[in-house]
Design a protein around this ligand. Sequence first.
Ligand code: FAD
Length: 714
Amino acid sequence: MQVTVVGGGPAGLYASLLLKKEYPDWNVTVYERDPADNTYGWGVVFSDATLSNLKEADTVSHERITDAFVRWDPIDVHLKGESIRCGGHTFAGIMRADLLQLLQERSREVGVELIHGETIEEDDVDELAAEADLLIGADGLNSTVRETHEESFRPSVSDGSAKFAWFGTAKPYDVFTFIFRENEHGLWRVHAYPGRMSTFIVECTQETWEAAGLDEKGEEEALAYFEDLFSDHLEGYDLQSKLYGWRNFPVVSCGSWSSGDDIVLLGDAAHTAHFSIGSGTKLALEDAISLLDGFREHGTDVRSALNYYEKERRPRVEGLQDAAERSQTYFENVERYWDMEPEQFAYNMLTRSGRISYDSLKQRDVGYADDYDRWFEANATDADVTPLAARQPLNQSLTLRETTLDNRLTVTRPPSNGSTDGRPGADYLDDLRDRARDGPGLLLTDPVAVSPEGRITPGTPGLYDDSHVDAWAAFVDDVHAETDAAVGLQLVHAGRRGATRHREYGLDRPLPSGDRWELYAPSAKPYVPGGPKPTAVDADDCDRIRDDFAEAAERAAEAGFDYLQLHAGHGYLLSSFLSPLTNDREDEFGGSLEARMRYPLSVFDAVREAWPDERPLGTALQATDWNLSGLKTRESLQVAQALADRDCDLLSIVAGQATVRERPRYDPTVLADFTETYRNETGVPALSTNYVTTYDEVNTLVGAGRADLCTYRP
Ligand SMILES: Cc1cc2nc3c(=O)[nH]c(=O)nc-3n(C[C@H](O)[C@H](O)[C@H](O)COP(=O)(O)OP(=O)(O)OC[C@H]3O[C@@H](n4cnc5c(N)ncnc54)[C@H](O)[C@@H]3O)c2cc1C
């Protein structure tokens, strides 16, 4: 077998040595464009120091690599003059140059032919492939092999929005050190970590980079700028750079990792993961192990070996890429969290990628985690005395206006059918009461209609007639008497999604024509193809519906509800005004975003007027229609800001269902991600609506300031 490898980085070298060691009669040749002793970059971190799979794959290189490791476990976060330490993270670092030297040495020992100073051009790739039984593209993120066979690999490369540069310094750092510093040009992030030389990566937004004039500064000037900015941390040591330059981190992923029967990509050529989770090198090495396993499994059947490799590796790599993307998004948007107190800022940073949770922080560093609980309790309750033992974030109270919720759990239920002519049925109310007995801080009803035509199905509960009040009032009294839960009501006008059959017959199935009621919407567009056409509301309809909302709010107050929420999502009437997909109007309520939000905001104002001042009013707001032509998150954030300006007390972020044509992102964390953006961009407390199923998730989201309340479904 002839194995030809393009690229002598970690992936190419490690794959070569493993294959040659396992199959001594194979010829393995590596082409590397750089000289043997020339490597860009500084230290690389392994966030998991165990590397047991490397030991199994090749004990000799494992021993040499781990001997060269510098190990540490704490992370320090420096900001606003404070320093916060959290231990128990087990990192190991090695200079990239040292790692490559070790791998080169070991590859030569087992008989790999290393050819340095040879750049493989696109024209060479097919020739090399024709001469080899296997061509490995391990040529990094700008892979020539990948470019040459683009149609097979189907790569996607998207550049991150932040700028970064990779520096080194002789200043000895002994722990992972994150520095966040604001100056007149913006907010800077530094990722510094130990090694023979310490690594010092500087990152910032494009705006900060430009404001600091880095687009025009040369290497010396830039180094001087950062030596001055971080002089207290560098303590007189210089910053050094190799191949000075600023980059935007490119996220690489490929539809396939192989081309034809005998060309395969490994490491950064196939996939990248943002440097802030310290995984790229480990992924590259593990790719090589998996490729070897493919050959162990399938002998010289190259095609099957490559299939094995991709099948085995892809889920693991994609899992890490997800975590890396979350971490990258965090670092790109640090400004969003800058108003947080240093304690919460650090906690939020530590839990950013989703791989470290409340419980795992307790295991890693119980002292830090307990201190944080105490800080959170003191902060959440304005307590003067810091208690010795603090309760978890989920058990902290939350006060919205004069309503205090005992804890951060919200229990709700999907739209129901248990009502007749809007009167809530006994079974339906019993079910809600049962949910209150589970002990949430807030029990929230499913959507309750503001008018008969605003119902979703004939069984939707309502609060559009004075005769409805008594049943609701008795229910609220019962819940108050039996539990400590606050009781919230969601008000809805279903708009064009109304007059559908009970949900057990399927979602959005129109009622038979004789049973339907007139539907109202911003524009006369049916929700489902062939479904009933709604009437486009005129000025009188708009006034009437606004009044319906306000009157329902008055009844909700009379019934004793503690919290009221308007539903402006999921394609119901208010969100239909926001979405350009469903609002074609040419009057003051259609067209620009400012016009499209005018009517929903006027309803919010009318309800605020009708609802007692001391009780909180929130909004379930659509974050995206999951449709390229629909409401965008950046637009929805402007709506959220307008609600914040009106002292909206709680945002509950929802997504999709604006139209039946949508491409949702199926990701368990997507709504939590939206929630944290809205909360931290607008400053309005937020309810995370993705159903969390463990207390650990609630503690993590609430503790980190990503949500104030979570919808909980054990
Ligand atoms: C700022 C920064 C910090 C990082 N920190 C970490 C970290 O802490 N931990 C971690 O695990 N990872 C880290 N990484 C990622 C890590 O460096 C990469 O994931 C890893 O090097 C990937 O290995 P590779 O062999 O696939 O690619 P590379 O290391 O890029 O190696 C590719 C090799 O191919 C050669 N080559 C390219 N084109 C050709 C050609 N046409 N002909 C011949 N040779 C060619 C290149 O010269 C290079 O030597 C960091 C990355 C950056 C940018």
